[in-house]
Design a protein around this ligand. Structure first.
Ligand SMILES: [Zn+2]
Length: 80
């Protein structure tokens, strides 16, 4: 028996065997878990600087302003 146990330990060390589920998960269980998975539309806000829509908590893509300050200069403005 001792030899067999040593062999098992060697196997575990060689292949790093991990926990293994006894049964496959049913379709119903998988689908029930996924009932809460859905895409959510991002919150939009109107830019106070230029009036365009932008995604909340991000820099305005039209004018590059964030919280009333220039956060990113647009490429054509940088080149000038
Ligand atoms: Zn803007």
């Amino acid at each position: 028996m001792g030899e067999i146990n040593e062999f098992k330990v060697k196997l575990l060390n060689c292949y790093r065997i991990m926990a293994h589920p006894k049964r496959r998960q049913s379709k119903t269980r998988t689908l029930k878990r996924r009932t809460h998975d859905k895409a959510v539309a991002p919150t939009l806000a109107v830019c106070p600087n230029c009036g365009a829509y932008y995604i909340y908590h991000t820099v305005c893509p039209t004018c590059g302003y964030y919280r009333g300050k220039v956060a990113i200069k647009k490429e054509d403005e940088v080149a000038e």
